[in-house]
Ligand binder design. Sequence first.
Ligand code: GTP
Ligand code: MG
Length: 862
Amino acid sequence: MDVDPRHYEQIAIKDSDIHNIVLSYLVHNCYGETLESFVACSGMPEPADYIEDMEKRKGIVHCALEGNSLKAVELTEQVACDLLENNKDLHFDLLSLHFADLVCAKKCTEALEFAQKKLTPFGKEKKYVEKLEDFMALLAYEEPEKSPVFHLLGLEYRQHVADKLNRAILAHTNLPSYTAIERLIQQTTVVRQSLNQDHGKALRILLPPHGFGLRFVHGKITVINAFTSVKVVEKAVSCLMCLLLPAFGEYQIFAIKRLSYYNVSYHCEANSIVDWSANSASCPYLMVLRCIGSLSVKLMGRRCFARVLVDRIRSGLFTCLKFDTGIITTSPYKMTAPFQIRIMLSIPATPSSLLLSLHSGNDTLSRPGFLSNRHSFSRVSKNFEPNTPNSRFCRITCRLAKAKETISTTNPDSLIKEPHKYFDQVIVTVRSGDGGHGSILNMPNQRNNNNGSKGKQEKRSRHKSSYKRDFHGSLILPVGGHGGDVVIYADEGKDSLLELHNKSRFNAKRGGNVDAMGVLTSQLHNGLAAPTLRIPVPVGTVVKRKRGMLLADLAQPGDEILVARGGQGGISLIEAPEHRKKRLMTLTTNVMRDDSDKVLILGQSGEEVSLELILRVVADVGLVGLPNAGKSTLLAAITLAKPDIADYPFTTLMPNLGRLNGDPTLGAGMYSSEATLADLPGLIEGAHLGKGLGRNFLRHLRRTRVLVHVVDAAAEDPVNDYRTVKEELRMYNPEYLERPYVVVLNKIDLPKGRDRLLSLTEEILRIGCDEVPSEPKMTSKDAVHSFSTEDGNADKLPSQITNEDKKDKELEDYPRPLAVVGVSVLKGIRVNEMLKEIRAALRKCRDSHEALEPSTKTVRAM
Ligand SMILES: Nc1nc2c(ncn2[C@@H]2O[C@H](COP(=O)(O)OP(=O)(O)OP(=O)(O)O)[C@@H](O)[C@H]2O)c(=O)[nH]1
Ligand SMILES: [Mg+2]
């Protein structure tokens, strides 16, 4: 049947189609409660006729599943008296389930009696004989679970029989025994299979009821955009899954797992599901989502999804959702820490995973262990929160290893842009090269002088000429080449550790071996040393052993550190003539020497180390403040940086840098006061305990000289916000509060901010003391020390950090701000004043620094 696929590009999927599909699925699987809420939300007419039947069916299937198959038989006979009579297969299966239950319960005599009475009559028909034999075999084993016919005791078999029973009853009541969605999936599978078989041929297929559009282009079969059936399936499945969401636990993860390597196009689907929410009023699914508390999100471990979520939550569309910021990761592909998702809805990758997923609803039929028999969830744990009236959350904690990179390469256009170029922490493994091997060499003309071959003689004399002697006359024997060292160095050309995320293993080359035939040429008597492997990192990178000590702080361009030393080359030995060897061995006391001299000859192996590289932004000014205060907007207003700006918290996930031009009032010297600004992610209360984005990014403040506190003057309680940020800084490192800082009261274009400006300024100026702030006087040694303590404590609670100052000092005991300026960075109001204050603070810093310099110089001179 030939059909022009373009016909399908325009087809719109009717909501009523989806509703019917969903409804039939719910009826089929006896999801009563869900059915009711769905009917209420979607405005579908309630299929009242089915409800009563459904309840009965539910009871029967439940009995079959729960190991009460005789009861199931009895109930089935009540509902449909001739069903089992006409369907002997099903009858046999149900009875055999009971038999299996008796065997499991070690009631062998009873089982035997039951089999004789109820099962053996089936043996008259040949097709049951084999089955009967299998069941009887169970009796022969002491541990039937370990017998070859163990599957008869498994949950899967029980499930299979229960499904069969369910379908039979449905068919008996003139309902389709397969749901619409199952049929659609079957069709999709058929089409996919035929695509696989017939690739290479032009292929156009149409299958009822919605049709598939496939196109043959340049030797490839392309599924055209309007792949209607698939769309229908996806939409219906999405809807179903959110209906059944609270029932999902580990199963959902299973589906998600599958998803992680699924087709790129589902990226789009994830978005389109989110798009439904745009017109929430007309979207019944969304209402369902609202009442159940679930939302579609594709779990790719990418921040962009988290962002979509936050956006939706903030716009009030998903009132019952909560967002755990733990989902945010510092690396583009890896979840670095366990994260939590409370919201999930996905389209499983394959029809079978879809069915498995959908089957796992516990609305009526809970089957613990159904999947876990076959799939490992070792990295998944889950816990359920108590249901609240409006929402039922299913919280899942999981760790996702790696999203397939194929997804990012196959169709980059379809991916959402990764907005941040900055990745500030990475673990790399480096290995230095092994040393080259030495060799055991023949001493020419020492043996076999009776060997008459002319060629060999020549060769020997050539070898002889290549031996060198030192001035004592001893032979200089060649040594295996030194293995390559690994050096990490600060390179001005690099601005992020991103590349190291893509390649996290570095191996230096091994040293050259001494030629096995003889020796190296005289120039190479030290063997072939392998080149040093030099790894460039951005200036400001701190190199640590993984979970260990600090090795170096590459703060200046060109700073470098040798992180792994190459192995030494093995030495070469002259083979002693047989008759002298014994004597030599007894004479020598060198314990390293063994019979074959291997120990000395083999090159040393290189070292392998895992290193943690942490980039600390090198900036003069650090912007701090609560999320949404306008830090990124400020950076964009006064520098050429283009950070992401949006009205939801945690838009900024990694620091953004911008360059501040020099002070124009200085004329020709304007460039001299050029400074770098770092816009940091928002801080929230409890950040030091890991809330929000945690506190790790605060390490970037380490190298700043001046802080700018950005406060949203139009917020509820700006002074409290200001105190919160200060408190968090204090908990992280009290020394930050001693740095010169400027407070920027932002958003004064809003009436709320403008009206309170004066009072806010006064209140803020009241917090703190008059002590003249001075720049922290850190020697490089101090700095290294403080880096190591800071990082060493990174995972500990601050309460564990003993710091007397922290305990004793109140916020009021730290210096006041140098200035408080009201601005609107968005509207450009008083930005120049603010710049003036920032520059003044920078100048002040520089002056005090210069004032310090001479004294240090004199100390050195003395
Ligand atoms: N009215 C007004 N809105 C502003 C002003 N400055 C920033 N905004 C808005 O405030 C919102 C947050 O701005 P961002 O610059 O992203 O805030 P942020 O502090 O970087 O936020 P995080 O990155 O989440 O920490 C955006 O919608 C801005 O448009 C301002 O001066 N006036
Ligand atoms: Mg920001």
